[in-house]
Unconditional design. Structure first.
Length: 186
């Protein structure tokens, strides 16, 4: 018998001073059986960084043709494609061809750094791609916030993010490895 996803409910309060975005979101997150608390909580943090009324979690790990999150416009075109982990160059090329803007968030320490060293040259040609690393220690700390029902607050200022519950707050300082050069597809 196949294992089923675990459903998590999140009330997320976002105060993003960088984008002047102040909103509460009620999220339902299906956590794939193979997904760790760390990865699920990183999805929530990345959601906060790109928060928008139309930003959606996808089937992610359970499908090959969707990212972890995307933002589609009213015509069904993909404005924003967000991946977590270390996708291969072919997947990134496909995403950059389908979406106006693509973000990849790495988070697994030395293996993420090795992935970047091996792929950096190939990925430079994608003008609509940004690659960000979340330090391993920070992403591991995020995993400690995971619960079935969560009430989280998130503040973003000067490209740093603070996320927490009533007891703990974690600061995330994303390391930008590549930033998009323009918003055009390549």
């Amino acid at each position: 018998m196949a294992l089923k996803a675990t459903i998590h409910k999140v009330n997320l309060q976002i105060a993003d001073m960088d984008r002047h975005y102040y909103q509460d979101h009620s999220l339902t997150i299906a956590r794939h059986p193979s997904e760790t608390d760390e990865r699920m909580m990183l999805r929530i943090a990345v959601f906060a960084l790109h928060a928008h009324e139309q930003l959606k979690f996808t089937r992610g790990l359970s499908t090959d043709d969707e990212p972890d999150m995307w933002l589609k416009n009213l015509h069904g075109d993909i404005d924003l494609w967000i991946e977590l982990g270390q996708p291969d160059e072919k997947r990134i090329r496909k995403a950059c061809g389908q979406a106006q803007e693509v973000w990849v968030y790495c988070y697994s320490g030395s293996s993420a750094e090795l992935w970047w060293q091996q792929n950096q040259g190939k990925l430079q040609r994608f003008g609509n791609l940004s690659v960000v690393n979340i330090p391993a220690k920070t992403s591991q700390q995020l995993g400690t916030l995971a619960e079935r029902n969560m009430s989280l607050h998130c503040s973003i200022q000067d490209k740093s993010l603070w996320i927490g519950n009533e007891e703990t707050t974690i600061e995330i300082k994303p390391q930008v490895w590549k930033i998009k050069s323009d918003s055009k597809k390549t």
